[in-house]
Design a protein around this ligand. Structure first.
Ligand code: PXP
Length: 261
């Protein structure tokens, strides 16, 4: 299906790694999850290699680079360590995000406008290697213009404020912003401005099966990167099968292996 019919979907598999890291096991493997996501039609695999390695590990990025059949989008903070990894791994897209250790997830966009001098040098070094760069920003004119000035190929609009805002029924007013319609408008204007500036426009963070509907209608947004809601849903829709398989394992052990004990 081409992007005029639907935007591209990048599936973020970080939280498969979160489950793995909780036990220090080798499963579930985010690489296996990436292959399943691709088989289901994902257009891209997205992972965030965090400074503290709380979920995705360096090995995951390496193996994903070797095995992803679609596109690999590496999200990372603009640090020297990540620059080296990105240059060695050569993902199809590098998305620069803010990274603060104490945050549970990426809470806000990169302040490109404020950090323009440092980012100019950093992005310049990445682009010299032929890398494609996306900047994860809040839907604000100053951020869009600074991103274009820096020669970014793409921007990813942070949808967190939209997702946290109350919907027209007044539900889910967790964030400071109360007006979902207003937040949607900000995203629409930013997407249009991004396109005018010649940037590829992506969006993501906090999107779920309901709140994605209105944002997906914004034609200028060509790509969505979605993780938590998909992995959360997978854990529920797959649960019945997983329980049945364990019951079969218990039955098999009891009926076939009793004599061997
Ligand atoms: N895009 C970016 C830049 C992100 O940092 C994240 C979270 O890692 C996502 C998309 C996916 O967000 P979520 O897991 O809430 O769907």
């Amino acid at each position: 299906m081409d992007h005029l019919i639907r935007p591209r979907l990048g599936v973020n598999v970080d939280h498969i790694a979160t489950i793995r890291q909780a036990r220090g096991t080798r499963y579930p493997d985010p690489v296996a999850a990436a292959h399943l996501a691709e088989a289901a039609g994902a257009d891209q695999i997205t992972v965030h290699l965090r400074e503290d390695r709380r979920h995705i590990q360096d090995r995951d990025v390496r193996v994903l680079r070797e095995t992803v059949q679609t596109r690999l989008n590496l999200e990372m903070g603009a640090t020297e360590e990540m620059l080296e990894i990105a240059l060695a791994t050569r993902p199809d897209m590098i998305t620069l995000v803010p990274e603060k250790r104490e945050e549970r997830t990426t809470e806000g966009g990169l302040d490109v406008a404020r950090d323009i001098t440092r980012l100019e040098d950093y992005i310049g070094r990445l682009k010299a290697s032929g890398a494609h760069i996306s900047l994860f920003i809040d839907p604000e004119d100053a951020q869009l213009e600074a991103s274009a000035e820096l020669g970014a190929d793409a921007i990813e609009l942070h949808t967190g404020d939209y997702c946290d805002a109350a919907d027209p029924m007044g539900n889910r007013a967790e964030g400071g912003h109360q007006n979902r319609r207003g937040e949607l408008l900000r995203l629409m204007q930013a997407a249009r401005r991004g396109r005018e500036l010649g940037l590829l426009v992506a969006a993501g963070h906090g999107l779920d099966y309901k709140n994605v509907l209105a944002v997906s209608a914004i034609e200028e947004i060509e790509e969505f990167n979605i993780g938590h809601s998909i992995i959360a849903r997978a854990s529920l829709v797959g649960l019945e099968r997983a329980v049945r398989e364990m019951i079969v394992a218990l039955e098999t052990g009891r009926s076939h292996l009793r004599e061997t004990l």
